[in-house]
Design a protein around this ligand. Structure first.
Ligand code: AMP
Ligand code: MG
Length: 416
């Protein structure tokens, strides 16, 4: 048994259980301090630095929920009551107080006039010249949206630490807020280590492949509201790796690298981090993504993801994403929402590490959800991620039979 309580070992280094590794990583995440006031459209995807209170009561006045006739229910003697129409109140106007014994023609969103206590929908009324016949007896309050039913002037509408989505933008606009205090976007320096890498658009020489990880990482970072600082490809030498790490630590709030974190002669990231700063974590009991590394260069945190394209994606989602959300000042639970569904195949040979398998959650012919797994476990097959719509969590050391329930992490919960 290792000191961390996990029995899996590779090359003498005990593998950290996922929960322990994540807790350690998160304990090092400090929210960016700088605050900027931005215009509402620029707020999308960013994090509120302080709570927002409403400038107005919303709705500001009682208003009609339907097109119809505003009346005083005391004037309705029964089905078929006739009332003269005394005024017309379209949205954007404010009518006069309702004259006793009359009805006001009114439209959705228009203020309900004083003295009226209900709106009768036009479908149950008959207009005859200047009169309306009310064919249904309304209850007091019917079809009226009350002042302040959304929010009151001075009340908190959004808490500090909220990450702004489209719904929050609409809410802020509805209460008259047009400039918002946001935390500065997290700057994340990104580089890819590997002598075999070439940028797309260039011809491929013998033994070369395209640098796809830079683009996967750029997309992942942008999807959670960061500003990537792209530093390109770094050659597999100790000197180039140290130079890049140092430069990255000066330019950014966080460094995320791809490749070079294993123990081969060509893997320089780990020794370079140990030389320049500190390595706080290395090797985790998950599959894929075992060699994930975490450390610091000076005060700048560093996350080293493995070069295999699927391992990079999975480790970023499991570790990079929550770390970054916390470093951006997002408050509350950072865990993505999990779905539980039956697995669509047997899984007789589980790994001793917890496996995050590329999977699709789909509805079968009966409309019931089922999780199917990708045909290959190779962490080099990038097209598997385009096929999948999430990751199935397959417990360590536990064979599964078709129909057993598994947890599923939808990409929709990870990539936003
Ligand atoms: P490494 O972690 O550097 O040992 O790389 C593991 C595997 O991932 C190797 O097959 C690399 O060629 C591949 N790889 C490393 N970096 C990248 C990258 N930026 N884009 C695509 N594949 C990569
Ligand atoms: Mg490499």
């Amino acid at each position: 048994m290792s000191e961390c309580g996990c029995s899996s070992h590779t090359g003498g280094v005990p593998l950290k259980p996922l929960e322990e590794a994540l807790a350690l990583l998160l304990s090092h995440a400090r929210p960016v301090a700088e605050v900027e006031e931005v215009a509402l459209p620029e707020a999308l995807g960013r994090v509120l630095a302080s709570a927002i209170t409403s400038r107005i009561t919303m709705p500001p006045w009682d208003n009609s929920a339907m097109d119809g006739y505003a009346i005083d229910t005391a004037d309705i003697e029964g089905c078929g009551t006739r009332l003269p129409i005394s005024q017309r109140i379209p949205a954007g106007t404010s009518g006069e107080p309702l004259a006793p014994g009359t009805a006001a023609r009114i439209f959705t969103g228009a203020p309900v006039p004083a003295n009226a206590d209900a709106v009768v929908i036009q479908e149950v009324c008959e207009q005859r010249g200047d009169e309306v016949i009310i064919n249904q007896v309304p209850k007091p309050g019917a079809n009226i949206r009350r002042a302040g039913e959304d929010t009151r002037e001075g009340a908190e509408v959004l808490a500090a630490g909220t990450r702004i989505g489209p719904q929050h933008m609409g809410l802020l606009a509805s209460v008259g807020v047009d400039r918002i205090p946001m935390r500065r976007r997290l700057k994340v320096a990104v580089f890819s280590s590997g002598d075999e890498l070439v940028m797309p658009g260039q011809p491929l020489g013998p033994g070369q492949i395209y640098n796809s990880n830079e683009f996967t990482l750029e997309g992942l970072l942008r999807s959670i509201g960061c500003e990537p600082v792209k530093m390109g490809i770094v050659q597999d030498t100790m000197e180039a790796t140290c130079r890049a790490l140092k430069e990255a630590s000066e330019k950014a709030d966080l460094i995320v690298t791809s490749g070079g974190v294993s123990v081969g002669e060509e893997d320089h990231i780990k020794p370079a981090v140990e030389k320049l700063g500190s390595l706080d974590l290395w090797k985790i009991a998950i599959r894929p993504g075992k060699p994930l590394a975490f450390g610091h260069i000076g005060d700048t945190p560093f996350i080293g993801t493995p070069g295999n394209p699927v391992s990079l994606f999975v480790t970023f989602c499991l570790f990079g994403r929550p770390f970054i959300l916390k470093a951006q000042g997002v408050s509350g639970d950072l865990r993505p929402t999990l779905v539980t569904a039956p697995i669509g195949c047997d899984w007789p040979r589980p790994d001793k590490r917890r496996e995050f398998a590329r999977a699709r959650l789909e509805l079968d012919e009966k409309g019931e959800a089922e999780v199917s797994l990708y045909r290959s476990r190779s962490s080099g097959v990038l097209s598997s991620l385009a096929w999948a719509n999430g990751l199935a969590i397959l417990p360590e050391n536990q064979p599964l039979e078709r129909g057993d329930l598994v947890q599923f992490l939808p990409f929709s919960a990870l990539l936003s």
